[in-house]
Design a protein around this ligand. Sequence first.
Ligand SMILES: Nc1ncnc2c1ncn2[C@@H]1O[C@H](COP(=O)(O)OP(=O)(O)O)[C@@H](O)[C@H]1O
Ligand SMILES: [Mg+2]
Length: 221
Amino acid sequence: MLEVKNLNKEYPMPGHRLKVLSGIDFTLNDGESASIVGPSGSGKSTFLYILGTLEPPSSGSIRLEGKNPYEMNEKDLAAFRNRKIGFVFQDHHLLPQCSVLENVLIPTLVSPPDDSFQKRARDLLEKVGLTERIHHRPHELSGGEKQRVALARALILKPQLVLCDEPTGNLDHDSAKTVVSLLFDLHRSQENMFVVVTHNLEIAERFGRKFKLSSARLQPV
Ligand SMILES: Nc1ncnc2c1ncn2[C@@H]1O[C@H](COP(=O)(O)OP(=O)(O)O)[C@@H](O)[C@H]1O
Ligand SMILES: [Mg+2]
């Protein structure tokens, strides 16, 4: 379960403070998903980074499985983020020198070696339709294929929370459609929480609860 209470975020600017998020309350139960739409600059990425333990809020609290990540020391926080949260960004962020399979395994590298990771990576790559490409390097893949690798990588450690920031933002219509279907199927089969920021109305419609971020407020739509 993810619980956000009275979350506020401001950035200091010359002469004033930019209020990006104001009084946000948000709860997601295990297995639920939410989509967030909103104009550019409305704070969607900021909100996801805060949920993702990457950017502390100015005030307010976040609890994932009852734990507030911003009360942890750096080492515990890094381990918590690695284990509990999967990220899919607009840009795939794959390592160019690593194969598809190696990229999917990157989040596992801080854990003791375990053959089950290999199997799960191959299973996930099969689910996203890339079994034939596991030894290829990212530059040999299309944009949509790279994003499908990023999906598999986000899920390799079975994170409780998967955060997607405009995952189809750089894709053409057909590739976006494939990625949307996969996101949706993976969400149903993995039973974790998904929060997806998107301009793609098809995603916004398909993910359980729908929100809009504007004027620093998060509102159901
Ligand atoms: N690190 C930062 N320092 C100052 N301002 C920031 C920072 N990150 C984001 N902002 C500002 O916060 C607002 C929200 O940005 P962002 O969360 O990226 O919006 P969105 O993802 O909805 O387009 C924007 O006005 C942006 O310029
Ligand atoms: Mg953004």
